[in-house]
Design a protein around this ligand. Structure first.
Ligand SMILES: NC(=O)c1ccc[n+]([C@@H]2O[C@H](COP(=O)([O-])OP(=O)(O)OC[C@H]3O[C@@H](n4cnc5c(N)ncnc54)[C@H](OP(=O)(O)O)[C@@H]3O)[C@@H](O)[C@H]2O)c1
Length: 316
C-alpha cells in the first residue's frame, strides 16, 4: 500500500484527499516507480473542478472509484515487468503519465513513459518537467523561430513561458519576455529582454523593438493574441496555449503538448538542463500531504517557475 492524491467529487482544492491505495505490480512492458517529486499544472485544476468533464470525465463518473491527479513525476524504479529492456531496479527516471496518477508515492506505468534522469538535474526540476517542457517545445516549434527573429513570449515567468523563453533564445531569437517586475532579473539573466505585462503592453514592446516582431508565443491568454495582432505579427506565427476563443476568432495557431513526441522532447530538455543551457526555476515545494496548499499556491498564478510536491526523499 502507498499514499496517492485522490478526489471523489468535483470542486476546489478542498476535495483533494490523500488515500491509501494498493500498489499495482508491473504487467508486461511496465515498471513501478517510487515517486520522489511530482509537479503541478493549471490544467489539473480545471479537470478537478469539472470544467472539462465532457472531455476528461473523472473516473468516479463511471463508478470506477476516486480520480487521481498528475502527469509529471520523477523517481526511482522499484520493480520491472516482463519484456522490459534497458531499465533496471534502482534507475533514477523522469516520467510522463497520461493516466492522471503521478501525484502518488508509487506509480505503475509503461516502461517507455520514463527516461533516465540526468544526475545533475535536481529531483524538483525532473519531477516538474514533462507538461511544461513539452508545451514549451511545441510553442517554440509552432512559430518556426529562425536565427535573428524577434519573438515575444507572453507569460514568460510561468512554467511554460520560462522554458519557451530560453528555447527561443537558444534558437537565436531576440526575445521580449512579459512578466512582473520581480521576475525581470531572471529573464534578463537568460538573455531575454523583460517587459511588464498589462495596459500599454503593445506600446512598450514597440519601443523596445521598433523594427517589429516576427513571432509571438502566448503562454498566458488574456488579450495576448490581440496584442500580437496589433503588433502586426503574421497569424501563422502566433501560437497560444491558453486562449482557445482567440485562436478560433483570429485563426492563430494553438499547438500544445500533444503536438510533440514527449519522449524525444524530454530527452533533449534533460540534456539541456544537465548542460546548464536551460534552467527551470522552482517557485515553491510542498510535501505530498500539503497538496491542497500546493494547489492554492499554483492558483495564485504568480511567481517564477514551478510548484512541486516533494513526495519522498531521493536518497532513501
Ligand atoms: N495547451 C497545452 O498543451 C497546455 C499545456 C500546459 C499549460 N497550458 C496552459 O498554459 C498556461 C500557462 O501554464 P503554466 O504552467 O506556465 O502556468 P503557471 O506556471 O501557473 O503561470 C504562472 C505565470 O503566469 C504569469 N502571469 C500571470 N498573469 C499574467 C498576465 N496577465 N500576463 C502574462 N503573464 C501572467 C505569472 O507571471 P508573474 O509572476 O511575472 O506575474 C506567472 O509566472 C495555463 O493557462 C495552462 O493551462 C496549456
Amino acid at each position: 500500500m502507498s499514499r496517492a492524491v485522490k478526489f471523489s467529487r468535483y470542486g476546489g482544492a478542498e476535495v483533494l484527499e490523500i488515500l491509501e491505495v494498493d500498489d499495482r505490480p508491473p504487467a508486461q512492458g511496465e515498471v513501478r516507480v517510487r515517486v520522489v517529486t511530482a509537479g503541478l499544472n493549471p490544467g489539473e485544476i480545471a479537470i478537478r473542478e469539472g470544467a472539462l468533464r465532457t472531455v476528461y470525465p473523472a473516473r468516479f463518473e463511471g463508478g470506477e472509484g476516486p480520480e487521481g491527479q498528475g502527469s509529471d513525476f520523477a523517481g526511482v524504479i522499484v520493480e520491472v515487468g516482463d519484456r522490459v529492456d534497458g531499465v533496471s531496479v534502482g534507475d533514477e527516471v523522469i516520467g510522463f503519465s497520461d493516466g492522471r496518477n503521478a501525484q502518488a508515492e508509487s506509480i505503475t506505468i509503461a516502461a517507455d513513459r520514463v527516461i533516465p534522469k540526468p544526475h545533475s538535474v535536481s529531483w524538483e526540476v525532473a519531477g516538474a518537467l514533462f507538461v511544461v517542457g513539452t508545451t514549451a517545445r511545441a510553442s517554440v516549434d509552432s512559430v518556426r523561430i529562425r536565427r535573428g527573429d524577434t519573438v515575444v513570449v507572453a507569460g514568460a515567468a510561468g512554467g511554460v513561458g520560462v522554458l519557451a523563453t530560453q528555447l527561443a533564445v537558444l534558437g537565436g531569437a531576440a526575445v521580449v519576455a512579459t512578466a512582473s517586475k520581480e521576475n525581470h532579473a531572471f529573464l534578463e539573466s537568460v538573455g531575454a529582454i523583460p517587459v511588464e505585462y498589462g495596459k500599454g503592453l503593445v506600446d512598450r514592446i514597440r519601443r523596445i523593438v521598433p523594427d517589429g516582431v516576427d513571432a509571438f508565443i502566448d503562454a498566458h491568454g488574456e488579450g495576448n493574441v490581440e496584442a500580437a495582432i496589433a503588433l502586426g505579427v503574421d497569424r501563422d506565427r502566433i501560437n497560444t496555449i491558453a486562449d482557445f476563443a482567440a485562436r478560433k476568432k483570429y485563426g492563430v495557431r494553438g499547438d500544445g503538448m500533444s503536438t510533440v513526441a514527449p519522449r524525444e522532447a524530454l530527452i533533449e530538455l534533460g540534456r539541456l538542463l544537465a548542460n546548464g543551457e536551460l534552467q527551470l526555476p522552482i517557485a515553491a515545494t510542498f510535501p505530498l500531504d500539503q497538496v491542497r496548499a500546493a494547489y492554492e499556491r499554483l492558483g495564485q498564478r504568480h511567481g517564477l517557475g514551478k510548484v512541486v510536491l516533494e513526495v519522498a526523499n531521493g536518497r532513501d
